[in-house]
Design a protein around this ligand. Structure first.
Ligand SMILES: [Cu+2]
Length: 456
């Protein structure tokens, strides 16, 4: 949104909410390329299905990392052709009640309803139900720990934690999304995996196929050959897949987040097959690899391509302390809750910046400076948080356990150099903070304040 910050779409921050039956046209110049998406930013409206993919193609001549996948010119040509025909695969966790009904229920119960009915792929999917004995056998240590806190509770057949609220899983026969190469004899297909997810973090895999991850959050990386990617909300992973055999192969999303066992799939159909025959998975129902050879995508080695040097020092550092505030579904940054009740009504912050308001969650920075943000999980236990940033990308430069007790990253590096990467850190617009299990934790991101506000 360079030059058009009012088209960023955040009620209370860049615009007032759009009235029912009203309209607002978002106009912007596409200055980046890659895999992006749009979604409602008003309360839980994204859960009601207001989202979709955006594909912005690079200019001819923009440097691509495909020679790191193969040095054969014909293969590189095929990879470029596949990228031109990239297929978005938007994954979402879906519930059969509206977001506002769900919110009211959570408030009434005093506990977040974090259970979904199905996983959708480009809007298609079905409800799957697990028998109770299978749920019990698939429980991980974390889930067993949660159940131990509340004696008498169990994972229900919708695999939720609260008895009496979530029972009654009924399977449905919805449509299945089928992904095919644009030509039947294509040797490669490119897929933009878009995590349009509300709550579920899951493992994405394609049965019997490697994925070459060549871009993360819309930016090229040094490609990684993997069989599984952990996808959280907001994440995008662009993958190239070699099509070597005909058949139907499941593209799976298997939840690994604590509250619910849920899974869904689309189909990669190769060579004209679409009978939805069985294929061999890499992971089980709860995302655990079935053999020790399964390679997971590693964000720490997702080096930007071409190299994208960052400033070795920052001009400012801000602390953003994260904690539960009052109820399991209420979170706060620096003691200010998300979505204060008057946020929708007032002047958007973009047009009325008041830096004393909202307990320092409005951060003032100077144009063309480098800024460090410390995301501090200040109480434990605390789950990992999906963080995303508008306006500019950020580089995840360090993380650790315990309090962040330094005034700058430079000082921290003197003591714990191994916990920082200032050379080629992952470049993201969405990431997941460290869980705080037995202690507080922190993650530091650095970004260049290169996207001015409304006055430029
Ligand atoms: Cu946002």
């Amino acid at each position: 949104m360079k030059g058009t910050p009012w088209s960023d779409g955040v009620p209370g921050v860049t615009q007032q909410p759009i009235e029912p039956y009203g309209s607002f046209t978002y106009k912007f110049k596409a200055t980046q390329y890659g895999s992006y998406w749009y979604h409602a930013h008003f309360r839980g409206q994204i859960e009601d299905g207001l989202y979709g993919p955006i594909v912005i193609h690079p200019r001819p001549g923009d440097p691509k990392p495909f020679h790191l996948i193969s040095d054969d010119p014909e293969t590189i040509h095929a990879l470029e052709e596949a990228e031109r025909n990239v297929v978005p695969l938007v994954i979402a966790d879906f519930t059969h009640i509206t977001s506002s009904a769900k919110w009211d229920m959570s408030v009434a119960a005093g506990v977040e309803d974090s259970c979904y009915d199905s996983i959708l792929f480009n809007g298609k999917g079905s409800v799957q139900c697990l028998p109770a004995d299978e749920i019990t056998s698939l429980l991980n240590e974390g889930q067993k720990g949660l159940l131990a806190i509340a004696p008498g509770s169990s994972f229900t057949d919708k695999a939720a934690l609260l008895p009496g609220t979530f029972e009654g899983c009924e399977e449905t026969k919805g449509q299945v999304e089928v992904i095919k190469p644009s030509c039947e004899d294509d040797e490669w297909i490119a897929i933009d995996i878009v995590g349009a997810i509300n709550f579920v973090t899951g493992v994405v895999s394609i049965d019997e196929h490697d994925m070459w991850v060549y871009a993360m959050d819309g930016s090229y990386i040094e490609p990684q050959k993997v069989q599984a990617i952990v996808v959280a909300n907001g994440d995008r992973y662009s993958v190239l897949v070699k099509l070597e055999k005909a058949g139907d192969f499941k593209i799976r999303m298997n939840a690994v987040s604590a509250p619910q066992m849920i899974s869904g799939h689309a189909i990669l159909s190769v060579g004209g097959a679409s009978g939805y025959g069985d294929s061999d998975p890499y992971v089980n129902y709860v995302g655990v690899p079935l053999t020790k050879d399964v390679v997971f995508f590693n964000q720490n080695t997702a080096f930007p391509y071409p190299p994208d040097p960052i400033s070795p020092t920052a001009d400012a550092l801000f602390h953003l302390s994260m904690k539960i505030d009052g109820a399991s579904y209420l979170w706060a940054l620096n003691s200010s809750r998300l979505m204060p009740i008057d946020l929708d009504a007032g002047q958007p912050v973009l047009f009325n910046p008041d830096f004393d308001e909202h307990n320092n969650i409005t951060l003032s920075t100077k144009f063309n400076t480098w800024v460090d943000l410390v995301f501090f999980a200040s109480v434990f236990p605390q789950p990992p948080h999906p963080i995303h940033k508008h306006g500019t990308k950020m580089y995840q430069i360090g993380s650790g356990t315990g309090p962040f007790k330094w005034d700058s990253v430079e000082e921290a590096i003197k003591e714990i150099p191994d916990q920082f990467n200032l050379v080629n850190p992952p470049r993201r617009d969405a990431f997941t903070s460290l869980p705080a299990t037995d202690d507080v934790t922190w993650v530091v991101v650095r970004y260049h304040a290169s996207n001015p506000g409304r006055d430029r």
